[in-house]
Design a protein around this ligand. Structure first.
Ligand code: KIV
Length: 265
């Protein structure tokens, strides 16, 4: 396992032109595999609601569920830099509520930082959290927590929208954010944002010019056969491998060939 990367080293890595690798993780064995593979940062994403808990979108994830899974990720990857994704309505109601919940995330889960979705209107909150000692990674562009309001998952940053996103990025840098997630922002706008700020941009569906990339664990390992997002690449067919292993196990039990003498005492 590598030495844990620190918040202060992120901008240096960007300045040195070193790409940062981030992926979501939700449990101890998955996190351990990510650490072994040399992934720089883990995000316990609220995508937990979809990938692990079986919901249709990220909105149902709760603070308790996020803390529970982040603790497991920490146990699996004790040396990794772990970001806790603030779930829907855990930071939008008031500054006090956001501070309380982000504080819980840091104290109870073992996370190193928090992530929150939104634009420059959240810059004062980011400043407040940073001044309380909580590193923050804002998430701009496509905001999955806004899916009901926006009516779907749409690419952002085209035309005038690029200026708004650059302003968001600058406001967050100024407020003390250590990095930004750029989700489904046109490649050109993502490049401009990356050039406009000194903190790293971690893209998902935002092109190769970002300072690093993040993907969802289950998409990368090919867990689900019903959906592969355009921004992702399947590096394995884990879903098929798992189903085939389970079918062989079931077949062997039914045929009476498992357990064999070597499995018995
Ligand atoms: O929850 C999540 O997995 C995320 C990533 C898609 C960035 O927010």
């Amino acid at each position: 396992m590598g030495k844990k990367i620190s918040v202060s080293s992120f901008a240096k890595r960007k300045a040195a032109g070193e790409k940062l690798v981030m992926i979501t993780a939700y449990d101890a064995p998955g996190a351990a595999a990510c650490a072994k593979a040399g992934i720089d940062m883990l995000l316990v994403g609220d995508s937990l609601a979809m990938t692990v808990l079986g919901y249709d979108n990220t909105l149902p994830a709760t603070m308790e569920e996020m803390i529970h899974h982040t603790k497991a990720v920490r146990r699996g990857a004790p040396e990794s830099f772990i970001v806790f994704d603030m779930p829907f309505m855990s930071y939008q109601v008031s500054m006090e509520q956001a501070l309380t919940n982000a504080g819980r995330a840091m104290k109870e889960s073992g996370a190193d930082a928090v992530k929150l979705e939104g634009g420059a209107e959240f810059a004062p909150l980011v400043r407040r959290l940073v001044s309380a000692g909580i590193p923050v990674m804002p998430h701009i562009g496509l905001l999955p927590q806004h899916i009901q309001a926006v009516g779907g998952y749409k690419v952002t940053g085209r035309g005038d929208d690029a200026e708004r996103l650059i302003a968001d990025a600058r406001a967050f840098e100024e407020a003390g954010a250590f990095a930004l997630v750029l989700e489904c922002i046109s490649q050109e706008a993502a490049r401009k944002i990356t050039e406009a700020v000194s903190i790293p941009t971690i893209g998902i569906g935002s092109g190769a010019d970002c300072s690093g990339q993040i993907q969802v664990f289950h998409d990368v390992i090919g867990m689900f056969d019903n959906f592969t997002p355009k921004h992702s690449r399947r590096y394995a067919e884990a879903g098929k491998i798992i189903t085939s292993a389970l079918a062989s196990y079931a077949q062997d039990v039914k045929a009476g060939v498992f357990p064999g003498p070597e499995n018995s005492f």
